[in-house]
Design a protein around this ligand. Structure first.
Ligand code: ARE
Ligand code: CA
Length: 493
């Protein structure tokens, strides 16, 4: 099995070039084959773990970046930074009206400061690039004052720069199985840019390059599936080689993520998140122990594994903060597994699809992380899932086990476990009751620290919950709705 987790030591030190990061990260006993695995990853920093800070404003991200670095998170996905239509809903940011950077998430200066701060902390900024389309409203004034019409944006695009697909009654995509509709008709009625035109390619390139000039490391390509791959490729090829590209391609219909990753780019693996939902929500967790499940996914090296994102937490196709225990256990499982580049998700509570906590002038409020019980958030409270101790501890587990392969799968009703080589073991119990059977970990006897449920701080060896591995390598039982994560690196006695 191929997997691409790179190494992470203390402190979140980002390294700007793959060559340097390789030499800095490879332990002395690393052989060349394994070096090859690392080299395949387009991410150049020490860990591959990222976080989507959905609708966090630039000032709040700035303040968070050092903590992300200390936790071991190496990249942050922001919401789209360009000027957008006015309105209260969060999704206004997905309707560009210019490529200026004053938006409900902050000013140009705040964006620049965020990128600088994150870069200094060693966290790469991945900006959400909305380049398939512009807006859907017939006309209006943008957040920063730009006067626009649906097919006319000053200094950028005019009618001829947009598709006019004439394949459906309202020019909108109606059949996702029809490639021509998916690419050339309007997604949700959003005016659809013609990326085949030199002018359009030029403007998009200019915009992306302007973000790179500010220190952005790469892009999420929003609605990548709705652009012709060769045309999108022409745009991306005009950017520097080291740019990190992550495609949003929701599988289904005529086009699949695999069609977008053939040049070393990454794509989100929606199947991973959906399966995690199916396994955890229905209690069929042992299905996850089927080693062949990844055979249906994107290759690990080119994929982003995740548990939830802003669309899927709304359409409920994945777990979300609404099922905090399952979300937490699934996130822990993702960090214990070796698939893809794991992306954490951090969001706010809402009771209405459109809602985002706004302050004056339609600007998004500063983030204040809400402490307290995980199952009683009020709408508008920021949940900050990436700060949960179980998650930060499991990041450490993932570093401590680095490239140890998953082996010795354990499966039983609502029970899923596996070893990480001969160095560690992970087990999760979704039952409403404890599981009392003996489980073989393959580890030497000793008292181990349970990463999942200890107060274990990121770099300390404090340990409040211990697990005894008997002389024959077994542990006995696991409590209800919890996980055990142990490794030889945290043995208490
Ligand atoms: C809003 C309103 C709409 C209105 C529109 C225009 O909600 O009612 O028609 O404005 O006025 C986001 C929001 C949308 C919002 C949009 C524009 O989610 O609600 O619309 O911004 O402001 C497909 C695409 C995929 C896309 C999803 C949403 O393939 O790329 O639809 N995801 C990205 C982002 C979204 C964002 C956009 C794209 C637009 O992550 O947050 O929309 O920039 C099957 C298909 C998928 C399809 C999926 C839809 O699975 O296979 O291809 O995804 O169904 O659920
Ligand atoms: Ca399109």
């Amino acid at each position: 099995m191929t997997f691409s987790r790179a190494f992470k030591t203390a402190g979140g030190l980002a390294i700007g070039s793959l060559l340097i990061s390789l030499s800095a990260c490879i332990p002395e006993n690393q052989d060349e084959t394994e070096i090859g695995l690392v080299a395949q990853t387009p991410l150049s920093h020490q860990s591959n773990i990222g976080v989507q800070l959905f609708m966090w404003n630039w000032e709040s991200i700035s303040k968070e970046c050092q903590l992300l670095a200390d936790t071991g998170i190496s990249w942050v996905l922001t919401s789209p930074p360009q000027e957008h239509i006015r309105g209260d809903a969060w999704w206004t940011v997905y309707q560009p009206v210019s490529y200026g950077l004053n938006s409900k998430l902050g000013t140009t200066e705040q964006f620049e400061e965020m990128v600088d701060t994150c870069n200094s902390a060693g966290v790469d900024v991945i900006a959400d690039a909305v380049i398939n389309h512009m807006s859907a409203s017939s006309n209006g004034t943008g957040f920063d004052g730009t006067q626009y019409e649906k097919y006319s944006y000053p200094g950028l695009y005019q009618r001829d720069d947009f598709h006019n697909c004439q394949l459906t009654s309202n020019n909108q995509i109606q059949n996702f199985n029809d490639v021509a509709q998916v690419r050339d008709c309007e997604l949700l009625g959003l005016s659809d840019l013609d990326q085949g035109r030199e002018n359009v390619q030029g403007k998009i390139t200019e915009y992306l390059q302007s973000l790179l000039d500010k220190g952005v490391a790469g892009f999420r390509i929003d609605a990548a599936k709705h652009m012709s791959e060769p045309e999108l490729r022409q745009i991306l090829d005009s950017l520097p080689d080291e740019v990190i590209v992550m495609h949003e391609v929701i599988p289904g219909g005529a086009l699949q993520p695999e069609q977008y990753t053939n040049t070393g780019d990454l794509a989100w693996e929606f199947g991973y998140a959906e399966n995690m939902n199916a396994f955890f929500d229905s209690g069929l967790i042992s299905t996850a122990a089927n080693a062949s499940r990844w055979g249906e996914y994107l290759k690990s090296v080119e994929s982003i594994g995740f548990i939830s994102n802003h669309d899927t937490e709304r359409n409920r196709s994945t777990l979300s903060y609404r099922q905090p225990k399952l979300f937490e256990l699934a996130t822990a499982t993702m960090l214990a597994e070796t698939y893809g580049h794991p992306m954490l998700y951090s969001s706010y509570s809402f009771d209405d699809f459109d809602f985002v906590p706004l302050g004056p002038g339609e600007s998004v409020q500063d983030v204040v992380c809400q402490d307290g019980p995980k199952d009683s958030y009020q709408a508008g409270q920021w949940i900050c899932q990436h700060r949960w101790t179980t998650t930060t501890n499991m990041i450490q587990f993932s570093f401590d086990l680095d490239r140890e392969p998953m082996e010795n799968w354990k499966r039983d009703r609502k029970i899923y476990g596996f070893s990480r080589g001969s160095e560690g073991y992970f087990l999760v119990n979704l039952r409403d009751e404890p599981y009392d059977e003996e489980i073989q970990t393959g580890l030497p006897p000793g008292v181990y620290c349970n990463y999942f449920s200890s107060e274990l701080l990121h770099e300390s060896t404090e340990c409040s919950e211990q697990v005894v591995v008997e002389s024959d390598g077994t542990i006995t039982g696991i409590e209800s709705l919890t996980a055990i994560a142990i490794s030889k690196q945290r043995v208490m006695e």
